[in-house]
Design a protein around this ligand. Sequence first.
Ligand code: SF4
Length: 216
Amino acid sequence: MVSSALEALQRHNFEFKDRPYNELVIQYPEINSYIKWWCNEYPWDNSIYNIGYNKYLKEFLISNPPTFKISAQCCDWAKKKVKAQLDYDLMIVGIRKAEGGIRSSKYENCYSTNLDEPDNYRPLFWFKNEDKEVYDDIFTIKHSDCYCKWGFARTGCVGCPFNRRVLTDLNIIKRYEPNMYKAVNNIFKESYEYTKQYRQFVREMKDKERGRRRLF
Ligand code: SF4
């Protein structure tokens, strides 16, 4: 969501400054929903639709406006649009309800039909974590070193910049797959650096906040 918002703002040459919603919406009427995000104008408390949901992000962007292009379209072009060009009737995917998150909450059961897309079947949808353990025991499953030796919590595209643990995972990749590390840096270096900078900024702001609290 944040990447989509930044993509839209950048497309309109937005100046990352703290200005009132009423002014900004006149200057950028085509992207009203993203201006609302920037100005925390959505009325729900702690709403994910407001920039304030990500602590100190607004302050960070004002102090460090992005100097490279940001986009939320990586999955669209690397996965979804490629898939759309293939001719098939059924898509079988491993999403589980117990995973939580936006992906699993999009579905209510293990099968869906959509006029614009092939049917979608999720055979693992109702599997709980305990079921996974039983399955492992019965079929003596040996899991990938990624999980068992190297300590990844999840795997997906290597070095995906949308992964919450990306900076931790990058250290693991650097150690065990140095060539892969070079490859992902070739693609996502700016994103990693910017994420690092943001996390550091948040730490410093929190320290300042704690210092202020001690003073009073
Ligand atoms: S790297 Fe991440 S964002 Fe890009 S396609 Fe893979 S999962 Fe999607």
